[in-house]
Design a protein around this ligand. Sequence first.
Ligand code: NAP
Length: 509
Amino acid sequence: MIGEWIAGPVAGKLLNPATEEVLAEVGGGPASIGAALKWARERGGTALRVMTFAERGDMLRTLSRAVHAHRDELIGLAVANGGNTRSDAKFDIDGASGTLAHYADLGAALGATRVLTKGDGTQLGRSPRFWGQHVRVARAGVAVLVNAFNFPAWGIAEKAACALLAGMPILAKPATATAHVAHRLVEIFLATGAVPPGAVQILVGPTGDLLDQLGGQDVLAFTGSSHTARLLRGHARIVAESVHVNVEADSLNAAVLGPDVGPGTPTWDLFVGDVARDITQKTGQKCTAIRRIFVCGERAGAVKEALAERLAAIKVGDPARDEVTMGPLSTAQQRDDVRAGIARLAAEGRAIFGGDGTVAPIGVPSGKGFFVGPVLFEVDSGHDARALHADEVFGPVATVAPCVDAADAGALVRRGGGGLVCSAYSDDRAFLTQLVGEIAPYHGRIYLGSAKVAGQTPGPGTALPQLLHGGPGRAGGGEELGGLVGLGLYMQRTALEGDKALIEAVVKG
Ligand code: NAP
């Protein structure tokens, strides 16, 4: 039973969201979940903790290369099961291999050690002999990685890279609707032979009593809606056992255009390109996508015109077709949620592009598929709006609102209640200094779009492994990635106190 794939009772079907064709059946709620956790803790964790950071880095390098070697196959699955265009799918798959490669480099740099030390330690007594040193060591449990439907490859890889490099075994629990890519990704990981038995497992479908079996050495790394986050975070066992929980949830990311930026400048073009990409890439199903656009000064009209022109060029349809540049939403539920969100925004603003999102998709049988076209709203006053700052419409939808200056923009941005990323487009240092001061405590990342970086930035929607991913408040209060910061969740910080020479010997291993 251990080291094998186990089929649970059929609990659902995987669909192609463009055609509604059934692609696979999903099992779930296996009775063997306890055995899987035991296998991870006892075999996987033990094997990983014996490996040095450099050896774990080598393992991640092998996984990264394996993902890259299966790139076309994974892209095909993402197009079929995720509604991704090829370009959307590459964003997910290459994000996975790139993040694994980045953590492979970090493992190599940490070298032949198993303990992370931070700082030089502290003299505690009269002489330097009595010494204190903080260290981080791998937690002795299992890292349960629960992910959202929108990034089935990157979502697993960005959590797995940190957990495995830290020395913790993983049990991945991908979102059911788009699990085809996630399932295949784990098959590919295991087929490399680089992963110790029990170090990597996946549970597709309902979780059964998984949460009831977690304990104080385990980690629950969650990405998804704030509704589910509340359920998991408040679960009696999670609370009672002080299970380490990280939450990456909703975010009403804003873009702010400075009053100094006019049409025809590199900063303007960067702003328009980033916003248009974020509305349509992955059909707007990105946690980092720009939802609110605040335009300082008198240029809201020109912004609306430029964005409408970009959106008019988008071709919605079956993403398997080359000419299509935006696919469907991933599920019927997502489509219904997005339509409801559009109706709420329509009650307080005007659609200046896309109406209610009704669209005639290219290459799709009539009435099939979970399609919503891109929609751009405007409101006269962002201060009077409510839904704009409260409801994350997880689709190709954004709203433009005017603002006066950095203080006004800051007040509007903060209405989002805490976010993953805010982008600010300006070449005016005084404007950016004031805006960053206004909004930094409310965000995990602030992207400064200016003429000097236009042409070399991937835009605010890309979470880079070097930088923090996560945000306070509505965004869940979590922290992922950020280089070695990302290992923190999976490691216990312990203070060693005693003879300096002894501590140095212990740390060296
Ligand atoms: P979701 O419905 O909250 O589901 C997220 C994950 O939780 C899925 O794997 C789901 O499994 C699982 N889940 C649901 N109920 C559970 C339970 N009782 N016990 C254990 N697991 C449970 O979210 P989603 O619809 O997949 O994703 C969309 C949301 O994710 C959006 O709000 C978006 O903003 C957010 N998101 C945030 C980030 C970020 O980094 N901050 C990134 C991506 C997405 P099933 O699929 O089997 O139900």
